[in-house]
Design a protein around this ligand. Sequence first.
Ligand SMILES: Cc1ncc(COP(=O)(O)O)c(C=O)c1O
Length: 413
Amino acid sequence: MSKPDFLHPFARPGAEVGDFINIVRGEGACVFDDAGNRYVDALASLWYCAIGHGRAEMAEAIARQVEVLEAFHCFEMFTNGPADELCSKLAQLSPLGRTRVFLTDSGSEAVDTAIKLARIAFDLAGEADRHLVVGRRNAYHGVTYGGLSVMGIGPNATGWGPMVGGAGGEHMIDHDDLASAEALFSKFGEAVAAVIAEPVMGAGGVRPPAPGYLEGLRELCDEHGALLIFDEVVCAFGRLGRWWGADRFGVRPDLITFAKGVTSGYQPLGGVLVGERVLDLLEADDSFMLRTGHTYSGHPVTCIAALTNMEIIERESLLARADDIIGPFLAQRLSELLDDGLVSEVRGLAGIWAVEMIDEVSNFDVRRLLLESGVILRPIGATTIALCPPLVISEDELLAITSALESSIKALV
Ligand SMILES: Cc1ncc(COP(=O)(O)O)c(C=O)c1O
């Protein structure tokens, strides 16, 4: 055996060539490996594939754009039609009121950009000392240093050296615990630039907010003059039955990060919805230059993929499927597993769910058996299995997922 040249993300560098499953094709809610095995994709790949795999319409739209203009940068005075059209569409759907859109290539870059925008907004306001960025324990905000600094999954931050000063670290609060947020604000109040939170915590365990929690964070930010950032890299584009998690919970943040579902993964794209409070500061001095951006910010092929993806979501009414089909089905079937004592807790809503393993069952063993039964699910943390299927998934495929989950757990108790 030998090691692959591909040094895989979030994987053991010691893994051998034969340890990997080579996915070669996708169709709807399923993918296929090079041995011809079919798997139901129960996590929408990595929480992103809303419209399903293998859409010819997407391939055609992407190819058409490459033929006309594969790319040209958008720094300074250059722009392109797909980027302008996408940003207008996102601004129109934005829950923030007046909105402009910054584009990145990934969710991590979107989070780093949101942190930078929050800090520079206060710098422009003459409040450079207001630079603390507060994150939440267990939250995931990506792997670049900004997002890594404010995320709360300990092992992910271990060994990488010092994190970004004033971001995360001692400035962390707990999910669903407004008292911890109040304590932090009473200690650091006027120095807090922003609080970052996922409306539903995803990779940190699929944890929907307690009633009033997000509203409470909003109130605390308002009271202390801080900005509220919603990291919607997982929650947006239908996962919670709406375009935005902010819409679902009726709470208006100042900045929203997005990625993943914006293209369903057909092209890598992320970005930040920037609301009025930040915009007013960025726009106040006409000579101010926003010195951040990526080579591919506004890449026309990624923007065409996003526009086509959103068109498909609208045409096929996919937002409604999270609440009408996936949510009720998984709520029912997963609660049966709970009633039978096969799992110890069920959490989730709409298109995103998780089950907690009982003591004698390992989530990694369950994942292994599920793979053998043709279902890809993701173990998260030490005790959780997450479910987040493509929004196009059928009830038969949902049944295949929950039946395989049930038999895999039964085989281990
Ligand atoms: C909430 C959240 N923020 C940020 C990220 C990072 O996105 P990316 O992996 O595209 O950099 C993720 C990825 O899973 C995420 O779940």
